[in-house]
Ligand binder design. Structure first.
Ligand code: NAP
Ligand code: ZN
Length: 350
């Protein structure tokens, strides 16, 4: 298969900074589009992968799965896009498209393994996939999204991961007018969860460790802010919530949040992957028919639904634009929660 070289930014090992490098992209096959990347959001998962926090990272690791850009080439079978169109790519670039999950538009749960935009198996040119910290990407048209034209393009980028990851559980657990939703953690995912839950008509509360984020949270749409380290504040919302979207990236005690769920309420973990400590107390679960659940990004149709909803409701991410060369500093700042509320890379800087 013919390939071409593009500039990218990636990590050579788990301990190294990200540096400029060259990677190969395939020439478009009949079903592919080639996209010139204009902006790429910076997700905490990028950092987890670059630093091998979850194990299984392949190097060089070129992260980035909040991609927006312009189509520069289309394959001969491409009907959904034309050269010059705006396009988005999120966390997925392929799946089997034939299993039960794929047929239900749940490609993220593909039974044969969906292919991540980075750190996935590249079945076209071998090796592993490289993400959006690069000049161009080539993707099957079925995994490319239409971008609403009325929104600020750079601020749309984070919708492709932070947006869909919070939208999917809000939709699955049928959030709408009258729902009481809480969001744990005000970062990239958390600020999108607030905006989207509010857009769906819910009453929204933020749980945060950071009192200084209170004013911002209210501006983003939160009706209330509860400081999770203050036990009196936690007691004041006992039994209140129908759905909690928990975006905290690291191990944490979820027991205090379970007591704030209403009967039939669900605590949805989207942030932390791994075993929880301390042990989960099942008493409040059983006595209140409560659930603890997880959720992974969202399918392609659902991502389009979310983008269209954002277009109609004028919802975008609050972003801080950076140059590609600033990425290592941005990772350090993200670890300190020092970002309002998503870094987006201006890819022209590469
Ligand atoms: P982020 O911007 O860094 O935000 C995380 C927020 O969690 C912080 O702003 C902070 O909010 C809170 N927090 C951070 N460290 C904490 C700690 N040690 N204890 C308690 N709270 C803490 O990260 P993000 O990009 O939103 O990503 C969040 C997580 O979701 C990451 O682990 C990422 O890999 C994961 N993720 C999952 C999916 C999925 O499909 N399930 C998709 C994308 C990302 P406060 O200061 O308000 O407390
Ligand atoms: Zn992400």
């Amino acid at each position: 298969m013919n390939t071409f070289s593009v500039k990218a930014y990636g990590a050579e090992t788990k301990d190294s900074d990200l540096i400029e490098m060259n990677i190969n992209r395939r020439e478009v096959t009949p079903n592919d589009v080639e996209i010139e990347i204009l902006y790429c959001g910076v997700c905490h998962s990028d950092l987890h992968t670059a630093r091998n926090d979850w194990g299984g990272s392949m190097y060089p690791a070129v992260p980035g799965h909040e991609i927006v850009g312009k189509i520069t080439k289309v394959g001969s079978n491409v009907s959904k896009f034309r050269i010059g169109d705006l396009a988005g790519v999120g966390c997925l670039v392929d799946s089997c498209q034939t299993c039960d999950s794929c047929r239900q538009d749940l490609e993220q749960y593909c039974e044969n393994g969906s292919i991540g935009t980075y750190n996935g198996k590249d079945k076209h040119i071998g090796g592993h996939t490289f993400g959006g910290y690069s000049q161009k990407v080539v993707v099957d048209q079925n995994f490319v999204l239409n971008i609403p034209k009325n929104l600020d393009l750079a601020a749309v980028a984070p919708l492709l991961c932070a947006g869909i990851t919070t939208w999917s559980p809000l939709r699955h657990w049928k959030v709408g007018p009258g729902s009481k939703v809480a969001v744990v953690g005000l970062g990239g995912l958390g600020h999108m969860a607030i905006k989207l839950a509010k857009g769906l008509g819910a009453e929204v509360t933020l749980f945060s460790r950071s009192p200084e984020k209170t004013a911002d949270a209210k501006e983003l749409g939160a009706d209330d802010v509860v400081i999770s380290t203050d036990s009196d504040q936690m007691k004041s919302v006992k039994g209140k919530f129908d759905v909690i979207i928990d975006t905290v990236p690291y191990i944490h005690d979820i027991n205090p949040y379970i007591t704030t769920l209403n009967i039939n309420g669900t605590h949805v973990l989207v942030g932390y992957l791994g075993g929880l400590e301390p042990i989960l107390n099942t008493v409040p679960l059983i006595l209140g028919r409560k659930s603890v659940a997880g959720s992974l990004i969202g399918g392609i149709a659902e991502t389009q639904e979310m983008l269209d909803f954002c277009g109609e409701h004028n919802i975008v991410s609050d972003i801080e634009m950076i140059k590609m060369q600033d990425i290592n500093n941005a990772y350090e700042r993200m670890l300190k929660s020092d970002v309002k509320y998503r870094f987006v890379i201006d890819m022209q800087s590469l």
